[in-house]
Design a protein. Structure first.
Length: 111
């Protein structure tokens, strides 16, 4: 092989190496872009999943809170009803005692 052929082969090899290098750079850039897109997609899916889980948790908390409020309302109604019954009994007892005292006073005046 002559020197010209060797130089020509070296130039061809260099050109081929540059082409391969450019191709690899392009493939690497494409892979990087695909990786970034996939990363963004994963982040988006996780955000959506977290938002959905948060929504479910908030709904559960709201439901439990509403049940607790309803339970407290029922307990308060029962407590008020009991208090009202006790008050009415107390008032009847007072009225009965006043009437009894009036009759005692009347009996004492009749004698």
């Amino acid at each position: 092989m002559e020197e010209k052929d060797i130089i020509a082969n070296l130039i061809n090899l260099d050109v081929h190496a540059v082409e391969i290098n450019e191709t690899r750079k392009k493939e690497l850039a494409d892979l990087k872009n695909k990786f970034l897109e996939e990363e963004l997609s994963i982040i988006k899916r996780y955000k959506e999943q977290i938002e959905e889980e948060n929504k479910t948790i908030v709904q559960k908390i709201e439901q439990e809170t509403e049940q607790e409020v309803n339970r407290l309302r029922i307990e308060n109604k029962q407590l008020l009803a009991n208090m009202q019954q006790k008050l009415e009994k107390y008032l009847r007892d007072i009225v009965d005692e006043i009437i009894e005292q009036i009759f005692r006073i009347d009996r004492g005046n009749d004698v």
